[in-house]
Design a protein around this ligand. Structure first.
Ligand code: PPY
Length: 358
C-alpha cells in the first residue's frame, strides 16, 4: 500500500534477531511496537542501526529523509533515524540541516561499524564493471579503493536502493556498494569485502522524536557527581554499564567567532562539564555558493517559532542532562552572548560501537 503519491512505503519490516546487546537505556515498550522511519530501502545501514538501537522495533523505509520526518507528523512512525557523522568524514552537514529545520528532538544515539561490500548481479565478474553506484557517504568512504578499481561513481539515495537499482534495471556493468546484509537480502554476489579506505569506520546515528526524551531511569547518572562516582564503583563490581547523559545544542552568533568559542568553552569548563563535540560552521553571506544554516526555533516546552537563517553556527555536544542545574546555568550564560540557542535534546551516550554480523 502507498500513501501520498507513493512516497512513503508502508511495508513494516519485522524486528531483526540480533546477537548485539541493546544499548543501555534503549527505548523499549511492552505494549506497542516502536516504529522507526529511515531513509532508504530495506537493508540500508540506517535500518540496521535502528534495529540495533531498538531491537524490538519495526522499521519504515522512506524514499527521502523528508518522508521519514513526514511519517512522524502523520503518526506512521514514532521515531526517525539519521546518520549524522562518521569517523572518516566528520559531520554530515546536510543531515544536520534536516534536523535543524524540523521540530525534532534527539532521544538516542547509536554508533555502528560500517563495512562496505562491492555487490553485483550473480554472473557479473569484476572485469565486466564500469560503474559503481551507492550513497554519497559510501562512495566517499571507499574513494581510494574505487580509484584503484578504475570505476566511475554515481551517487544514489541509499546503499540498499543502489542494490535494488541494479536488479530492477539488470545492470551488468555496474556494481553497488552496500552491506553484507543487503547482499543476502537481495541475493547479490559479494565481489569484495571491506572496501572502506580505513578499517575503523564508525558512523554515528541519531534517533529523533517529536518529543524530548524525559527518561528518568535510575541507572542514569550525571557525570562528575558523587552519585556518578558511587555508581561507577558499583558498576565496576557488578559488571554493569553506567549510562552517561549527553545533551546536544546549537548556538548561532554574529561575527567574532573566536571570542564566542572561547566563551562557550568557559561556560562548560567552569562548571566541569565535558564537551564531546564542537563544530563551527561559517557560511558567510558574501561567500558564493554557501547558504546560511536554517534553524527552526523550537523550545523544550514544545512551542516553535520561525525558521531563521544564521551564517555562523556552533554544534556542541556535552556530558550532562537538562535536569542538571550546571547545564541549565551554562546554557543561560551562553544565551547572553549568542543570538540564538536551540536545545536538540538530552539522551543516553552510547558507550559502544556495534558491529554488523556477517
Ligand atoms: O544508504 C544507507 O544504507 C544509509 O543508511 C545511509 C548511510 C550510508 C553510509 C554509511 C552509513 C549510513
Amino acid at each position: 500500500m502507498a500513501i501520498s503519491n507513493g512516497m512513503i512505503s508502508l511495508t513494516l519490516s519485522p524486528p531483526l534477531p540480533s546477537s548485539n546487546k541493546p544499548p543501555p537505556n534503549s527505548i523499549s515498550t511492552s505494549i506497542n511496537t516502536i516504529r522507526v522511519a529511515f531513509q532508504g530501502s530495506p537493508g540500508a545501514y540506517s535500518e540496521f542501526a535502528a534495529k540495533t538501537a531498538i531491537p524490538s522495533c519495526t522499521t519504515l523505509p522512506c524514499r527521502s529523509f523528508s518522508d521519514a520526518i513526514s511519517s512522524l507528523s502523520l503518526n506512521l512512525a514514532d521515531h526517525a533515524i539519521l546518520p549524522v557523522e562518521s569517523t572518516m568524514e566528520g559531520t554530515a552537514l546536510r543531515n544536520y540541516d534536516f534536523l535543524l529545520r524540523h521540530p525534532l528532538f534527539i532521544t538516542q544515539e547509536i554508533n555502528l561499524f560500517v563495512h562496505y561490500c562491492l555487490l553485483a548481479i550473480p554472473g557479473v565478474l569484476p572485469t565486466h564493471l564500469k560503474t559503481v553506484i551507492s550513497h554519497p557517504m559510501a562512495l566517499a568512504h571507499c574513494h581510494r579503493s574505487l580509484t584503484r578499481l578504475g570505476l566511475n561513481r554515481q551517487p544514489v539515495e541509499d546503499t540498499a536502493g543502489a542494490v535494488e537499482m541494479l536488479l530492477d534495471n539488470r545492470l551488468l556493468d555496474t556494481a553497488a556498494i552496500a552491506s553484507p546484509r543487503a547482499a543476502q537480502l537481495y541475493g547479490l554476489n559479494v565481489l569484495a569485502h571491506g572496501l572502506q579506505d580505513e578499517s575503523w569506520n564508525v558512523t554515528r546515528f541519531l534517533i529523533l522524536s517529536k518529543h524530548p526524551n524525559n527518561n528518568n531511569n535510575n541507572n542514569i547518572v550525571d557525570p562528575l557527581t558523587p552519585a556518578a562516582a558511587a555508581a561507577g564503583a558499583a558498576a565496576a563490581n557488578h559488571d554493569e554499564q553506567i549510562v552517561i547523559r549527553k545533551t546536544s545544542i546549537v548556538i548561532a552568533h554574529r561575527g567574532g567567532c573566536m571570542l564566542v568559542i572561547l566563551k562557550v568553552l568557559k561556560a562548560f569548563s567552569s562548571r566541569n562539564l565535558n564537551m564531546t563535540k564542537l563544530e563551527v560552521i561559517n557560511h558567510d553571506e558574501e561567500e558564493e555558493g554557501k547558504s546560511p544554516v536554517m534553524i527552526l526555533d523550537v523550545r523544550l516546552d514544545g512551542k516553535k517559532g520561525s525558521l531563521r537563517a544564521f551564517p555562523h553556527v556552533l554544534y556542541v555536544d556535552f556530558e550532562g542532562s537538562m535536569e542538571d542545574f550546571r547545564v541549565r546555568e551554562a546554557i543561560d550564560e551562553i544565551s547572553k552572548f549568542s543570538v540564538f540557542v536551540r536545545i536538540l535534546g538530552t539522551y543516553s551516550a552510547d558507550p559502544n560501537v556495534y558491529d554488523l554480523h556477517y
